[in-house]
Design a binder for this molecule. Structure first.
Ligand SMILES: N[C@@H](CCC(=O)N[C@@H](CS)C(=O)NCC(=O)O)C(=O)O
Length: 265
C-alpha cells in the first residue's frame, strides 16, 4: 500500500449523480482527504461490489445495495450511504445536524426529491442521443468511457426498467418535484435557511439533490460535469428555467454560491 493510499479515503461514485454530489460536498467542506473513483451507471455497482467484497450496503426504497456513493475509509471501514458520509465528514461539528428536524428533512429529501429529479434527468438523457456517451467522456476515465459506449443499449434498457422511465413515471416525477419546490419555498418564507437561521445538512441535501434539475455547472460549484444547457432540447431547457426561477430553485442556487466552496476548519 502506498503512503497516499494510507492517508486518503476512496470515494466510489457515479460522478454526476445527486447523492454522490451530496457526499462529495460534505467531504470537500470538511477537507476530508479522499480520492474519487468515478464510474458510469452499472459499472459503479460493479465497483461497489468489488470494493465491498460482494457485500454492498443495504438497499432502500430508492436504491440497491450496490448504490453509490461508497466511502472506503483508510482504516478499512466502509460507508455505503450518502447521509452516513455527511455525518462522517462533519464529525465534531454539530452545526450540520443540530436537531431532529434537520435529520428528518435530510431523509425526506432523500426519499421524496432525489428519486424524482433523478428520474427526470434520465428521462431527458434518454431523449438526447449521444448524451450519455458525452457524460462518460466528461466524467470518467478514457478506457471506461470507451468501453461504456459499447454497452449503452444494455444500460439504457436496464435504466428504463430500474427507474420506471415511462410516460406516467415521468408525469408523476414532475408533479412530485413541483410539490417539493412549493413546500420548500413555503418553509423559506420567514427564514434564510430550511431549518432556521443557519446552514445545515438539510440545505446541503436539498441543493445537491436538486442540482440535476438546475443543470448546475462546475463554475456554479457542481462537482462533476452535467450536459451543457445549450445542447438540450426545448422541453428540458424549459424545465431547467422553471426550476431555476422558482423561489426554491433560487434558494438552491444561493446555497451553492454561498456554501459549496466554503471550507470549515
Ligand atoms: N440512499 C442512497 C441512495 C443512493 C443512490 O440512489 N445512488 C444511485 C445513484 S443516484 C445509484 O448508485 N444507483 C445504483 C443502484 O442503486 O444500484 C444514498 O443516499 O446513498
Amino acid at each position: 500500500m502506498s503512503k497516499d493510499e494510507r492517508v486518503h479515503h476512496r470515494l466510489i461514485t457515479l460522478p454526476f449523480s445527486l447523492y454522490n454530489e451530496k457526499a462529495r460536498w460534505a467531504l470537500d467542506r470538511y477537507t476530508v482527504p479522499y480520492r474519487e473513483e468515478p464510474h458510469m451507471p452499472f459499472v459503479c455497482s460493479i465497483a461497489v461490489a468489488v470494493a465491498t467484497r460482494g457485500r454492498g450496503g443495504s438497499a432502500d426504497r430508492t436504491s440497491s445495495r450496490y448504490s453509490t456513493p461508497v466511502l472506503i475509509l483508510n482504516d478499512g471501514r466502509i460507508l455505503t450511504d450518502s447521509t452516513d458520509i455527511v455525518h462522517f465528514a462533519a464529525a465534531g461539528d454539530d452545526s450540520l445536524f443540530p436537531n431532529a428536524e434537520v435529520s428528518e428533512l435530510v431523509d425526506h429529501y432523500g426519499d421524496q426529491l432525489g428519486p424524482y429529479t433523478r428520474l427526470l434527468a434520465y428521462w431527458h438523457l434518454g431523449s438526447h442521443p449521444g448524451m450519455i456517451e458525452q457524460l462518460a467522456a466528461d466524467n470518467v476515465g478514457r478506457r471506461e468511457a470507451w468501453a461504456f459506449k459499447r454497452i449503452v443499449p444494455f444500460v439504457g434498457s436496464q435504466l428504463t426498467r430500474a427507474l420506471n422511465l415511462t410516460e406516467s413515471g415521468h408525469d408523476r416525477a414532475l408533479t412530485r418535484l413541483r410539490q417539493e419546490l412549493d413546500d420548500t419555498a413555503s418553509r423559506l418564507e420567514h427564514r434564510n435557511y430550511l431549518c432556521g437561521d443557519r446552514f445545515t445538512a438539510a440545505d446541503l441535501t436539498f441543493a445537491a439533490l436538486l442540482a440535476p434539475a438546475l443543470c448546475l455547472t462546475p463554475e456554479e460549484g457542481f462537482g462533476a460535469i452535467l450536459p451543457a444547457r445549450a445542447s438540450l432540447d426545448e422541453e428540458a431547457q424549459s424545465l431547467i428555467r422553471e426550476v431555476r426561477s422558482h423561489p426554491a430553485g433560487q434558494f438552491a442556487l444561493r446555497i451553492y454560491a454561498e456554501e459549496r466552496r466554503r471550507v470549515v476548519a
